[in-house]
Design a protein around this ligand. Structure first.
Ligand code: CLF
Ligand code: SF4
Length: 497
């Protein structure tokens, strides 16, 4: 059995695997840009944090999945409201967070409206930060309508990462997603609105790529509206040089007051999402670790420490950013040393697994297995089962260990018969882990252990503090050696996440 860890894009030809370095396939200059960006690199998200500042209230389009009372759901979970900041307040907050969370490497502006529909506020924030905190990467997410007009300005402020939400490249599909846009001081509706938006998005993408900016494309998967079409979107944006494609599930609930929510438009199942991500992955690198975070999120992806940095708390802080820069550099050096050690170790593990396999008679390939992991970061299994609010799900097979996605415990409440006041967090967690056969954590109590086993999920606390993929590979090997993995028939079975 030869196991290897895949690149974020699942590219088997990308040079990943025995070296254990999942960014190894990238040219050095690009690698340097994504190495500590938690969204643009799946590996980095285990080690580095991001933060958003909510400086951009206005928007220049309407999406059917958005209610303006809340944050921009192109990049954020719908139904959450962020406190609006002035650029000066935002800069103060960034410096405070950077001093207190040294692993925070990226500042993103993602709302609560569209950052580029508020160019003065957004650019002023970037301008100040590029002077005062030059070690922080600057990142922006936009619907793309105003993008071509500000590309030069963004490049001036050293913005190396831009996300454009592109849900379609066909105006007929777009007309079902965008009822109107505000363009040249006029409201434009229907197909023509979508046509203009698509033109601007594509032009903006081309301009950024031509200037060496890394572009991630976000797409909201809306079942019955654009799921087949997103394969074409992926093909087109890849051809134009987009770096990464992030297909996110539509979240539409009536209580959010969005058009789709009120019309009963459903979001995709996790299986539909994974199927589409896999289909698009043939064309380009896919992001699978997005947490659809809010416009004022602070911390590692999946955690939110915003409450520690409210304006009143920041006022009390005495920030010496020059000293903080030194401390940040030390922390980053330690993180990189740990990452290098993990890569080295995982490379050795996978090489030794490969040599174990050599010389053995050929057997039918065992089936793949989904495993969930409780972690607070660092790329290791380090969280108590009962403390986990989300789990990272991996698929182990005889070919590789690949990251499938993150599952939040609360998001998996489907509102069915089993849902309600009486459902415990443990029951919700078990439902969130559907399809997984093993859950790896640092520790687990007696009660959940029994309930997980009864649900057909094997709890495993034997790999605490070990690197995630390595531990999963070891558990998969144990399962195989114990004869519990019947061979795949024809196509390997891909379990849903
Ligand atoms: Fe923020 Fe977005 Fe930059 Fe990341 S988030 S602006 S690229 S720094 Fe990241 Fe959050 Fe997903 Fe966005 S996990 S919602 S992809
Ligand atoms: Fe809402 Fe964002 Fe769409 Fe604007 S771009 S309508 S803020 S989801």
């Amino acid at each position: 059995m030869e196991l290897k860890v895949q690149s974020p894009g699942g590219c088997a030809s990308s040079g990943c695997g025995s070296s254990g370095d999942r960014l190894a396939y990238l040219p050095e200059a690009i690698r340097a840009k994504v190495n500590n960006h938690p969204c643009f690199s799946e590996d980095a998200h285990h080690h580095y944090a991001r933060m958003h500042v909510a400086v951009a209230p206005a928007c220049n389009i309407q999406c059917h999945y958005c209610n303006r009372k809340y944050d921009c759901s192109n990049e954020s979970r719908p139904g959450v409201v962020s406190e609006l900041l002035t650029p000066d307040q935002a800069v103060k907050k960034v410096l405070a967070v950077a001093a207190n969370i040294p692993q925070m490497t990226v500042l993103g502006i993602a709302g609560p409206g569209d950052p580029l529909a508020n160019p003065e506020r957004t650019l002023e924030t970037f301008r100040q930060l590029s002077e005062k905190a030059p070690d922080i990467k600057l990142c922006v997410s936009t619907n793309g309508l105003a993008l071509p007009s500000v590309v030069e300005e963004l490049c001036k402020h050293n913005i190396e990462h831009v996300t454009i939400t592109i849900n379609c490249v066909d105006p007929d599909v777009g007309a079902k997603i965008y009822p109107w846009i505000f363009w040249n001081n006029r409201r434009i509706k229907g197909r023509r609105a979508a046509e203009i938006l698509i033109e601007q998005q594509q032009k903006g993408l081309e301009m950024l790529v031509a200037r060496g900016v890394l572009v991630k494309v976000n797409s909201v998967l809306i079942p019955g509206v654009n799921e087949e079409h997103l394969k074409e979107v992926s093909r087109v944006v890849k051809a134009k040089g987009a770096f990464l494609h992030n297909v996110m599930p539509l979240i539409a609930e009536a209580e959010h007051g969005t058009f789709y929510g009120l019309m009963g438009q459903r979001g995709p199942t996790s299986e539909e999402l994974q199927t589409l991500q896999d289909a698009c992955a043939g064309d380009m690198a896919m992001m699978r670790h997005c947490r659809q975070c809010r416009a004022d999120a602070v911390g590692m992806l999946g955690e939110d420490r915003g409450h520690e940095f409210t304006l009143d708390k920041i006022e009390q802080m005495d920030i010496d950013y020059a000293a903080a820069m030194t401390r940040r550099a030390e922390v980053h050096a330690t993180i990189e040393a740990n990452r290098a050690a993990q890569r080295q170790h995982s490379g050795e593990t996978f090489v030794s697994l490969a040599s174990l396999k050599r010389g053995l008679p050929r057997k039918p390939e065992p089936r793949p297995v989904l495993m969930a992991v409780a972690t607070t970061g660092g790329g290791v299994i380090n969280q108590h089962f009962g403390h986990a609010r989300e789990f990272l799900v991996y698929e182990a097979s005889s070919q590789d260990v690949r990251f499938i996605g993150a599952r939040k415990v609360d998001l998996y409440c489907s509102g069915g018969d089993s849902c309600g006041e009486a459902e415990t967090k443990l029951q919700k967690t078990i439902r969130a882990l559907a399809g997984c056969e093993v859950v790896l954590c640092a520790k687990i109590g007696y009660e959940p252990w029994g309930q997980l086993e009864a649900a057909g999920i094997a709890p495993n606390g034997e790999h605490a503090m070990e690197p995630i993929e390595e531990a999963i590979a070891a558990v998969y090997r144990e399962l195989e050696e114990s004869g519990r993995l019947e061979p795949s028939v024809a196509e390997p079975r891909r379990l849903s996440a």
